[in-house]
Write a protein that binds this ligand. Structure first.
Ligand SMILES: [Fe+2]
Length: 505
């Protein structure tokens, strides 16, 4: 595979990208950024704080690079400059920490080789100061390169009203789903086995100009999920993790524990964001005799302490897989629904019911309010009340939302397949949506076949989620916005005033 990428690059470097588009070995809109060689894979920024941001690039050069950060895109007002070294040790990637910046500020940055070649100019944003009154994040997950076009990434990149991008996993895909041959290279990619394979997979993804553009224009906060690791039998994949840290513009939170990707960000007094990782920790430890923990005891204690000590109005959780339960009770067994007869899946939080009950109890007793869980994984859209027992009308009132302890937004995939890619006729899908809604009164809205991203818009008084749907089968800028879904400060459930039961698009 590594040889395959090298051959592609050798072919592409001397030619413009229009020739690359017609090359039989690469699908449409996959080409290196040869006009900015040696920065063929662009630039990126991530893991911001109030005074610092990380900037990333890759260049196969031996001499150190110079990086520059400025107030303006012409770089007439330089703020910071420094040196970065690309070495084979990290596959010629480099991640520089730019310190001494102002909160809530957008900066321009670029890298320059010793011989004077510039990278493209990126935009990076620090976290806001304490007085911030408004924040808008793009929530994304499940971006499969062979599943379709990255129209959603391009749309985010071109919006000036989005401050940060939050990716909750499956940034790359290890395997190829047979239903998802939309943009497939020849030969077909294989599951990575070595560090070189994982690096090649990241390089392949960065041939997509829309991914490069959204990395260049937005500051990323990201974590992995299963496809970024190809993890099985509770063993982490060291090579997958290494390549992830090399290619995604985040820094390792704890160098003594590379598998600890959980970490926090604070958006002034408005919100904090806790990135949690169930994927590498679920089922590995007990929190009590015979009771499996979903986050592991170290991460669980960290999360609860972080929430208990927080002074912000809103608490965001960056969460890989559905927290709020997806009930299958009531489906006749002869239909053979997936799952264990109670839930559709037992690999997410539904497989750790006792630990989820413990977490909900913590929210209740510690009086943690205004929790908004931001989730991916299922490739479909869900608006969910976090109700401890959704079917018990004494505990949870489906009409008012009373009894809910917070809310969850599950973002659709950027491109990876969902119901219609499973060859379920489009006209049948509303029936599935209606059935699922009827079984799950805490699911306030669902959409099972569109793809895209979600904006999370926060002010002191409310948080608004809106799905932004784009095509994946064709290159297109056409976007369809869902209605806004509102949760008001102190309510801990989705607002019913902005909601009707009709309209499944
Ligand atoms: Fe996924």
């Amino acid at each position: 595979m590594r040889c395959f990428i090298a051959c592609l690059l050798a072919l592409l470097l001397p030619v413009c990208h229009t020739i690359a588009q017609t090359h039989s070995h690469l699908p449409d809109r996959m080409y290196a950024d040869s006009t900015y060689a040696p920065f063929l894979f662009g630039v990126a920024s991530g893991d911001p704080s109030q005074t610092r941001v990380m900037i990333w690039t890759r260049a196969e050069v031996t001499a150190p690079l110079r990086w520059e950060v400025a107030e303006d895109s012409a770089f007439t007002h330089l703020i910071r400059a420094g040196q970065a070294q690309c070495t084979a040790t990290h596959d010629y990637t480099t991640l520089a920490a730019v310190d001494g910046l102002q909160p809530g500020h957008q900066y321009y940055y670029r890298f320059i080789t010793a011989s004077g070649q510039n990278s493209r100019t990126g935009r990076a944003r620090t976290l806001p100061g304490d007085s911030v009154q408004h924040l808008r994040i793009a929530l994304v997950s499940c971006s499969g390169a062979w599943s379709g076009y990255f129209n959603a990434y391009r749309h985010i990149a071109q919006r000036d009203d989005i401050d940060y991008l939050l990716h909750v996993g499956d940034y790359i895909y290890d395997d190829v789903d047979p239903d998802e041959h939309v943009r497939m290279p020849d030969p077909e990619p294989q599951i990575p086995h070595t560090l070189a394979d994982w690096r090649d997979r990241h390089l392949y993804y960065l041939l997509d100009p829309d991914l490069r553009l959204v990395r260049q224009n937005k500051t990323w906060i990201a974590e992995w999920d299963n496809h970024d690791n190809h993890y099985s039998n509770f063993e982490k994949n060291e090579d997958g993790l290494t390549a992830f840290y090399e290619y995604v513009p985040i820094h390792m939170p704890d160098t003594a524990h590379p598998e600890y990707i959980f970490r926090s960000f604070r958006f002034g007094t408005l919100a904090d964001l806790h990135m949690i990782d169930m994927y590498l920790f679920r089922g590995r430890e007990d929190f009590a005799a015979g009771q499996r923990s979903i986050l592991g005891n170290t991460q669980d204690a960290w999360l609860k302490q972080s929430l208990a000590q927080s002074q912000t109005t809103w608490h965001l959780l960056g969460n890989q897989e559905m927290m709020g339960s997806w009930l299958s009770q009531g489906i006749p067994s002869f239909l053979h629904p997936p799952g264990n007869g109670t839930y559709f899946s037992s690999s997410d939080w539904d497989g750790y019911v006792a630990d989820r009950t413990r977490f909900y109890h913590f929210l209740d007793t510690a009086r943690i309010h205004n929790l908004v869980t931001l989730t991916g994984d299922l490739h479909m859209s869900f608006i969910i009340d976090l109700a401890p027992d959704p079917l018990d009308e004494d505990v949870y009132d489906r009409r008012t939302g009373r009894g809910s302890l917070g809310v969850e937004v599950l973002t659709p995939s950027i491109s990876a397949g969902n119901m219609d890619e499973e060859h379920i006729p489009r006209w049948v899908i509303p029936i599935f949506q209606r059935l699922s809604r009827d079984l799950n009164p805490h699911h306030r809205w669902v959409q099972f076949w569109r793809h895209g991203y979600t904006t999370i818009d926060i002010t002191p008084e409310r948080c608004v989620a809106q799905f932004c749907y784009l095509d994946i089968l064709h290159y297109s800028d056409r976007v369809i916005f869902s209605r806004p879904f509102v949760v008001r400060r102190g309510a801990d459930h989705w607002d019913r005033r902005h909601y009707t039961r009709r309209s499944f698009r």
